[in-house]
Write a protein that binds this ligand. Structure first.
Ligand code: NAD
Length: 261
């Protein structure tokens, strides 16, 4: 089954929302980022699929000539600069950044170690700052663009199962998103964040069944999300249909964040 074949039901729709836009997507080697690449291509975009894992090659091979793979470590500024240069070289310009790359936190509360703090903040905070910085630089000469950062429902409130540093770093992603929106709105750059609830990217299939049941049950809709349910919101926010939407954090969590617990 190809990545595009994984799009189910109403998510498999004739596209065109992003016709001829050029998108850089980080974290495009797996999970939500990979499905974002499939949805964006279906909507007519050209995509630089960037990841650290090597999975970006699989994404590009599966999705065809509209996708070019790129190896990036979002903790490294020189990689990020090269990523935007590569997108401009291959596709001529950069209209969209979808910054999905991320890692989960393993330790809860005060069990956190300094090493895990450094890992989480370097990927989520440093990575978001640097990817947004270079996206802005790439977009300004062509009159603007759209940034969609992947945050988390855990940025909005806490859950005892989720690392406090992951939550704090994702809250930082929300702040960075708003800062970019406010500072660069006058120059035509929109920035928004998607805050997923528990979503069935492949890595979450490995969760023990009781955790899977418990986290799925957190949503008002009583189920986990699918990666394409995240990707379509990202596509909307990146598209001209969202031309008056900037500086917002959109929970895509089946109603989890609307509940008291
Ligand atoms: N799946 C969920 O339930 C969920 C919930 C809330 C938020 N999120 C967020 O959504 C995003 C995607 O989650 P996912 O479930 O698809 O994760 P995933 O682990 O399936 O995919 C993440 C991708 O990011 C890449 N990556 C990690 N570190 C990187 C680095 N330093 N440089 C470049 N690439 C790097 C990985 O190689 C991987 O391909 C993440 O930011 C995550 O925090 C996910």
């Amino acid at each position: 089954m190809t990545i595009a074949d994984q799009l189910t039901g109403s998510h498999r729709r004739p596209g065109g929302l992003l016709q001829d836009k050029v998108a850089v997507i980080t974290g495009a080697g797996a999970g939500i980022g990979q499905v974002c690449a499939a949805v964006f291509v279906n909507e007519g975009a050209k995509v630089l699929a960037a990841d650290l894992s090597g999975g970006q090659e699989e994404t590009a091979a599966a999705l065809g000539p509209s996708v070019s793979p790129f190896r990036v470590d979002v903790r490294r500024e020189e990689d990020i600069e090269a990523m935007f240069a590569r997108a401009a070289e291959v596709f001529g310009r950069v209209d969209i950044l979808v910054h999905v790359a991320g890692i989960p936190g393993n330790r809860r509360g005060p069990e956190i170690t300094a090493e895990e703090y450094d890992d989480l903040t370097s990927v989520h905070l440093r990575g978001t700052v640097l990817c947004n910085k270079h996206a802005v630089r790439a977009m300004l000469p062509t009159g603007g663009g759209a940034i969609v950062n992947f945050s988390s429902a855990a940025s909005l409130n806490v859950d005892e199962r989720i690392s406090m540093v992951y939550s704090a770093a994702k809250a930082g992603v929300n702040s960075i998103t708003k800062a970019i929106a406010v500072q660069y709105g006058p120059q035509g750059i929109r920035a928004n964040a998607v805050a997923p609830g528990f979503t069935l990217s492949k890595k979450n299939f490995a969760a023990p069944p009781e955790i899977m049941r418990e986290l799925s049950g957190k949503a008002a809709l009583g189920r986990a999300g699918q990666p394409e349910e995240q990707a379509h919101v990202a596509a909307f926010l990146a598209s001209d249909l969202a031309s008056f939407v900037t500086g917002v954090v959109v929970p895509v969590d089946g109603g989890w964040s609307a509940k008291l617990a």
